[in-house]
Design a protein around this ligand. Structure first.
Ligand SMILES: Nc1ncnc2c1ncn2[C@@H]1O[C@H](COP(=O)(O)OP(=O)(O)OP(=O)(O)O)[C@@H](O)[C@H]1O
Ligand SMILES: [Mg+2]
Length: 274
C-alpha cells in the first residue's frame, strides 16, 4: 500500500512566477494575480495526505486545479514550490532513469484526453506498461485481453485508436492503466465519456480493486454521486486551493462553505464508505 503526501505545493503557470508566487503566499486572489502578472495559479498551498489502499476523490469546478494536482504525483508537472512524498520518497529527487521506472512500475494514469498511442493497436496500448517492464508478449497478451474484456472491448483488440469512439478510447486508457498493475492509479475524469451502465460497472470494478488488491486510486470526477459512491475520502478544490477534505459523510453533512454546499445540493444515494 502506498501513502502519498503533498506538502505545501504551489504551482504557478507563466513567465513571472516569482512575483505571482509571492502574491499567492500573501493571499491575493487568483483572478487578481492573473490580471497583474499574467500568471495562472494552478495550485495554491496544497497539503494533503492520501492514505494507501483506498479511493481518494478530487472534485472541483473546471479550472480549479484537479488535473494539475494529480499530475504532480507522477511528476508530469513539477511544483513551483513544495514537495510530493510518495511512499516515503520525494518524487522530485528521482533521476530521469528512476522516474521512468517509477512511471512504469509504481503509478499508472488514465488521462483526461485518453493519451493513447495512435500507431499501436488496442491490445498493444493496453499491454504497453507490461511490455516496457520486460514482460514477454506471450505473458502480457492474456493480461491485456482480460482487461479489454473487463472494459467491454472484446473483438476490438486489433483496432487502432482512430477506429474507436471517444468512450471506447477512454475504456482503452482505463484497461491500459489497470493492466499495468501498479499500486497507485491516477484517474483524471476516467469515466466521463462512459454511458451509465458501463460507468456503474467500472465503479464496481474500482471498489473491487480497492477491496481485494488494496490499490491506491486517485480519482477526479465532476459527478457528486460517483464521488460519494466510490470515495473513501473526497477533496474539494477551488481556484487552486483545498476547500475541504473529508469522508463522503463529512462532506455531505458538514460542508465547509457555500461552494461545497453547492456541490452537495443534489442528494446522494448510497455511501458504502460512511
Ligand atoms: N500548461 C498550462 N499552462 C498555463 N496554465 C495552465 C496550464 N495547465 C493548467 N493551467 C491553469 O491552471 C488552472 C488549473 O487547471 P487544471 O487543468 O488543473 O483544472 P481542472 O480542475 O483539471 O479543470 P477541468 O475540470 O476543466 O479539467 C487553470 O487556471 C488553468 O488555466
Ligand atoms: Mg482537468
Amino acid at each position: 500500500m502506498t501513502d502519498i503526501e503533498i506538502k505545501n505545493v504551489f504551482k504557478i503557470f507563466g513567465a513571472n512566477s516569482k512575483a505571482a508566487l509571492a502574491m499567492a503566499r500573501e493571499g491575493v486572489e487568483k483572478s487578481e494575480i492573473l490580471s497583474r502578472t499574467g500568471c495562472s495559479v494552478g495550485l495554491n498551498d496544497i497539503s494533503l495526505k492520501i492514505g494507501g489502499g483506498r479511493i481518494f476523490v478530487i472534485m472541483g469546478l473546471s479550472g480549479s486545479g484537479k488535473s494539475t494536482l494529480v499530475r504532480h504525483i507522477n511528476r508530469l508537472i513539477e511544483p513551483t514550490s513544495g514537495e510530493i512524498i510518495f511512499d516515503g520518497n520525494n518524487v522530485l529527487d528521482l533521476s530521469a532513469r528512476d522516474l521512468r521506472e517509477f512511471r512504469t512500475r509504481r503509478v499508472s494514469m488514465v488521462f483526461q484526453n485518453f493519451g493513447l498511442m495512435p500507431h499501436r493497436t488496442v491490445l498493444q496500448n493496453v499491454t504497453y506498461g507490461q511490455r516496457v517492464r520486460g514482460v514477454s508478449k506471450a505473458d502480457a497478451n492474456p493480461i491485456g485481453m482480460k482487461w479489454i474484456e473487463m472494459v467491454g472491448l472484446s473483438g476490438y483488440e486489433n483496432k487502432f485508436p482512430h477506429q474507436l469512439s471517444g468512450g471506447m478510447k477512454q475504456r482503452v486508457g482505463l484497461a491500459r492503466a489497470l493492466a499495468a498493475d501498479t499500486d497507485v492509479i491516477l484517474m483524471d475524469e476516467a469515466f466521463s465519456a462512459l454511458d451509465p451502465l458501463i460507468r456503474s460497472d467500472m465503479q464496481d470494478q474500482l471498489l473491487q480493486l480497492e477491496k481485494n488488491l488494496s490499490k491506491t486510486i486517485i480519482f477526479i470526477t465532476h459527478d457528486l454521486d460517483e464521488a460519494l459512491r466510490i470515495g473513501a475520502e473526497i477533496a474539494i478544490l477551488k481556484d487552486g486551493k483545498l476547500v475541504q477534505v473529508g469522508t463522503p459523510h463529512e462532506i455531505l453533512n458538514n460542508p465547509a462553505n457555500d461552494y461545497v454546499a453547492r456541490f452537495v445540493q443534489r442528494r446522494a444515494g448510497v455511501i458504502p464508505h460512511a
